[in-house]
Design a protein around this ligand. Structure first.
Ligand code: MEV
Length: 442
């Protein structure tokens, strides 16, 4: 099948969004297909105009918003507050599993969560000749107060809101490994065999890490602006030193300063009521699943993917940077050097009341924002209202708790009926639509 090439009108990205859409309809696709692609059906023109202007200010070549399947788990208790959780996902078992587990968690009093004062970090890396490195490092370290002022001056609004630089650390990376292709295909070997590596310059990296309180924001833009202000200031101060070369200034997606803990204690009778299994039997099955995940990195990756199924689905309608969430989760999971599960589950007996529980906990770094980012877009703001999320800690706590619940849903299915059983009902519904011969608009 061959498709028509779209003749991109001159300065397509500068056109008003309506004209961008009209030109696509004139030359590339039908209005029906475009409207369906954008899910534009039921808001009035004024609302769409506002949405269009908001997203046009965010991304280039914007043509609208993308509708995904959106479902809801209507009641989920976190820290004593009942939340609704809107979830955007294409995967059949995600909401079904979480919905089932939300009842188990709610019957256990819900989750309890905690997190430290959230900070966002940025790194500024400078290359320098080895003989000047210590001098540069010591000089940078001796003037931390000046650097704090310069960075804070790059974002007075953040400082006025009570945020700003908390700490600046410096380190020297003496033996930076240069890039090598690690590919093992024959084609790559054959190509690389024709090249000799150019020896890298003999230099070391001095790296500053800026730890910033970004208050209720995720803060990537804020810290990038601060880090670039410092990079420029340092170039002015030190740029003439022998071998000095700025490398880069960028947010770090290591979000250890946003580590969220969530836990739930499911009483023995709740386990038995919902799973229809004996508590000892069920907790032993879960214990086996945990020993497997703790010992096998290949299993831990899948275990953690299940956690992200829930977190990403819940974070998407809230307009969060889901790639940053995944990057930070990988970092948290591999911090010991081995991929480990981000949750733990174990059977336990309460010291005071003597009762037995299945205890679950998650410790995961979740870089998210309650303000900034896409919050000004009506869909996104509506999701915060819908989910009853009224603070950054509630946002972080809900997402971590969704991850814990999603993981429990997966383990419950895996150690009992298997994962396919939950898919069958939805699969049958899909087949019924196909059997009716219904087709999408074109
Ligand atoms: C599927 O998307 C997620 C699971 O594989 C997670 C797990 O195995 O724990 C079911």
């Amino acid at each position: 099948m061959s498709f028509k090439r779209f003749e991109i009108p001159p300065r397509f990205h500068d056109l008003p969004m309506g004209m961008r859409r009209a030109s696509l309809c004139a030359d590339l696709t039908s209005e029906n297909v475009l409207k369906t692609l954008l899910g534009r059906h039921d808001l009035d023109d004024k609302a769409y105009d506002f949405i269009d202007r908001s997203i046009d200010a965010m991304i280039e070549n914007a043509i609208g918003t993308h509708p995904m399947p959106l479902g809801v788990v209507p009641n989920f208790c976190v820290d004593g507050t009942m939340h609704a959780v809107a979830m955007a996902t294409e995967e059949p078992s995600v909401i079904a599993g979480f919905n089932r587990v939300s009842r188990v968690f709610n019957a256990s009093g819900g989750t309890l969560t905690s997190m430290p004062m959230p900070m966002t970090a940025a790194q500024i890396a400078i290359a320098i000749s080895p003989q000047n490195a210590s001098h540069l490092l010591e000089n940078l370290q001796s003037r931390v107060d000046d650097w704090r002022t310069i960075a804070n001056d790059a974002n007075p609004a953040l400082v006025a809101a009570g945020g700003g630089v908390v700490q600046i650390d410096f380190e020297m990376i003496a033996t930076a490994e240069s890039a090598r292709c690690h590919c093992t295909t024959d084609a790559c070997f054959a190509t690389l065999a024709e090249f000799d590596s150019i020896e890298p310059i003999n230099e070391v990296l001095v790296v500053a890490t800026l730890h910033v309180s970004t208050r209720d924001a995720m803060g990537a833009n804020a810290v990038n602006a601060m880090a670039e202000a410092l990079q420029n200031a340092w170039f002015e101060h030190y740029g003439k030193m022998d071998g000095y070369a700025p490398c880069m200034a960028i947010v770090s997606n290591r979000a250890a300063e946003r580590n969220v803990h969530a836990q739930v204690s499911i009483p023995e009778q709740v386990i038995e009521q919902y799973t229809k299994l004996d508590f000892d039997d069920f907790s032993q099955r879960i214990d086996r699943a945990m020993r497997f995940a703790n010992a096998s990195p290949a299993r831990a990756v899948t275990h953690n993917k299940g956690i992200l199924n829930g977190i990403v689905a819940a974070a998407t309608p809230l307009g969060q940077d889901t790639r940053a969430i995944c990057a930070s989760a990988i970092d948290a999971a591999t911090r010991t050097g081995i991929h480990k599960p981000l949750t733990q589950w174990f059977g336990a007996q309460h010291r005071e009341n003597g009762k037995r529980y299945l205890v679950g906990s998650i410790d995961i770094d979740i870089p998210v924002g309650f303000v900034g980012g896409m919050r000004h877009i009506p869909h996104i703001d509506a999701a915060f209202k819908f989910d009853h999320i009224s603070s950054l800690s509630a946002l972080s706590g809900v997402l971590a708790s969704v991850g814990l619940a999603q993981n429990f849903a997966a383990l419950w299915a895996l150690v009992t009926d298997g994962i396919q059983a939950g898919h069958i009902k939805l699969h049958d519904k899909k087949k019924a639509i196909e059997a009716n011969g219904e087709s999408p608009p074109h």
